[in-house]
Design a protein around this ligand. Structure first.
Ligand code: ZN
Ligand code: ZN
Length: 135
């Protein structure tokens, strides 16, 4: 399946309207392979993704539909990644340049067994540090 077809399939699977701009956005995030900020997503899409306001709106709708996962980056900035790429999910976040990378960490903390009245939906782990470029 070519990447464009794959993007269409992902959108359709979530019941989202398939538009050229959304396909460009999903494609860009597939290429990125790591969480992207609005600015990065916009840059990666290029012209086919539309202007930054359009990319922003599409990121929000795709995240709402569960196609994207929102990852909190430096300063609680929102970063987006495809929810389809599941792994023992942890993120490495660079405190200097704000880059966020996916990483597999063995022995991720399990869901707390007695969350005291809470309904746990997700556990996310972020490891903060300096990326190879910033060290
Ligand atoms: Zn960095
Ligand atoms: Zn990730």
């Amino acid at each position: 399946m070519d990447p464009e077809e794959q993007a269409r399939t992902l959108l359709k699977a979530k019941g989202l309207r398939v538009t050229g701009k959304r396909v460009a956005l999903v494609n860009a995030l597939m290429r990125a392979g790591e969480p992207a900020s609005l600015e990065t997503a916009h840059k990666l899409c290029g012209q086919p993704g539309g202007d930054q306001a359009t990319v922003y709106r599409n990121l929000q709708s795709l995240a709402e539909a569960g196609l994207l996962r929102v990852v909190k980056g430096v300063g609680r900035r929102e970063m987006f990644e495809l929810a389809a790429h599941q792994h023992g999910h942890a993120h490495l976040a660079c405190t200097k340049c704000g880059r966020v990378e996916c990483t597999e960490i063995r022995d991720l903390p399990a869901k707390p067994s007695k969350p005291n009245g809470w309904a746990i939906t997700d556990v996310s782990v972020t490891v903060w540090g300096l990326c190879p470029q910033c060290r």
